[in-house]
Design a protein around this ligand. Structure first.
Ligand code: ADP
Ligand code: MG
Length: 422
């Protein structure tokens, strides 16, 4: 995939209507619907402010949550959940949609921008079209939740065209959604000149740069829960990294594949052969592959479980590995010392429990002290680094969970591929 894409700075937006795809998929309080973290709205401000200053009229759009766009599919989903089809009312469905209205985002965005945000009642309906037609340079409006349109997730050309028809330029800044080929993330680019905003630009420059032309040595740290969810990442990074470090739950499948005893640790027996193959492949390629040499085990999956340190592959029955051990921490921290680039995906242990967060914290600290380019991808990894207080010490924490994983897998991201090449 070509990571060199035109940005808002490469195109003239003065006096133009710009359709801007944002990632306003904010977390909400289940009861009140209030926004519990407005990070994603704040992250969109630089691109929005730039466009407004340039004299563009901004038509912003985003999805929020997973609304069900038609009553029929709503009934189907509820029946799958075990409800009686006759008990499901249209009112109930409409209420579920109302909860996912972007009105609350418009209000917050307006506060942050210090100017009104005109809210459309629909996505491509009469209200959106009238408001878009009347929008003046320097003004901003927000379309309703793009997933209220059933054509959105199907990437229906008619939906994409209807969105595109309201504008003259398409700017995508929703990195969190670029791995999805939806009407608002990819389809619209068939009808409008398409460029990236500053958020996507940064992701492409830093992650794309590290994948295509890394400052070496490139060290990849891979952890998290399962081998099976990281196959694509392991395969791709094995082709480009100089060193691969394995931690987290997936390490026990590697250990078992090597004949180790893993007790009650997370184990994917079906992936043991794969783990063996990867070790052999790394050796053949001259890629250094580091596996844990010791591990912190617990007698239960609980924050206050009894714990002790044992050598890797020597976990007794009734015990499970929840973190890398102190010798492994030292080994891994040394391995990143002279790195040119470090890509990290997947915590080293169950960092959600303070007693088993030490490995993850030590690695985060080691990264904060290196002169390497440090890149964090993956939703839980980003959360771990934030929670442990190292966020501002990293070169880049990706804003997209699933998107950053697919990026590291070397997959084509439809929301990036559709943008104009530089
Ligand atoms: P990311 O979202 O960054 O890609 P993953 O979703 O793969 O990361 O993995 C994160 C999860 O892995 C965390 O919730 C963490 O508790 C879990 N995890 C890490 N180590 C272990 C372990 N030894 N046993 C069980 N779960 C683990
Ligand atoms: Mg995760």
């Amino acid at each position: 995939m070509n990571y060199s894409k035109k940005t808002v700075k490469d195109i003239d937006v003065k006096g133009k209507k710009v359709l801007l795809r944002c990632d306003f998929n904010v977390p909400q309080d289940k009861k009140t619907g209030e926004i519990t973290d407005d990070k994603r709205i704040r992250a969109a401000l630089p691109t929005i402010q730039y466009l407004l200053e340039q004299g563009a009229a901004v038509i912003a759009c985003s999805h929020l949550g997973k609304p069900v766009a038609t009553f029929d599919s709503y009934v189907k989903k509820q029946v799958e959940k075990g409800k009686n089809a006759e008990d499901i009312t249209k009112e109930e469905w409409e209420k579920s949609l109302k909860k996912l209205s972007l009105k609350i985002v418009a209000a917050r965005l307006s506060e942050l921008l210090g100017q009104p945000v005109i809210m459309a009642e629909d996505v491509v309906g009469a209200d959106a079209q009238a408001k878009a037609a009347a929008l003046k340079p320097g003004e901003i409006m927000l379309l309703e939740n793009t997933r209220f349109e059933k054509g959105e997730t199907k990437n229906d050309p008619a939906t994409a065209k209807a969105m595109a028809d309201m504008a003259e330029v398409y700017v995508s800044d929703a990195f969190g959604a670029v791995h999805r080929a939806h009407a608002s993330t990819a389809g619209v680019a068939d009808y409008l000149p398409a460029v990236s905003g500053f958020l996507i630009q940064k992701e492409l420059e830093i992650i794309g740069g590290a994948l295509a032309n890394p400052k070496r040595p490139l060290v990849a740290i891979l952890g998290g829960s399962k081998v099976s969810s990281k196959i694509g990442v392991i395969n791709n990074l094995l082709e480009i990294a100089d060193t691969i470090i394995i931690g987290g739950g997936m390490a026990y499948t590697f250990s078992a594949a090597d004949g180790g005893k893993v007790g009650d640790s997370l184990l994917e027996a079906d992936w043991m052969d794969y783990a063996k193959e990867m070790v052999a492949k790394a050796a053949a390629k001259g890629v250094k592959l580091l596996l844990p040499i010791d591990t912190v085990i617990a007698n239960a999956f609980a924050p206050d479980a009894e714990s002790k340190v044992v050598a890797a592959g020597e976990i007794p029955d009734g015990w499970q590995g929840l973190d890398i051990g102190p010798k492994t921490v030292e080994l891994y921290c040394n391995a990143v010392q002279d790195a040119g680039t470090v890509i990290w995906n997947g915590p080293m242990g169950v960092f959600e429990f303070a007693a088993f967060a030490k490995g993850t914290e030590a690695v985060a600290e080691a990264l904060s002290k290196t002169s390497a380019i440090t890149i964090i991808g993956g939703g839980d990894s980003a959360a771990a680094v934030q929670q442990l207080g190292y966020a501002d010490k990293m070169t880049h924490i990706s804003t997209g969970g699933g998107a950053s994983l697919e990026f590291m897998e070397g997959k084509v991201l439809p929301g990036v591929a559709c943008l104009l090449d530089k």
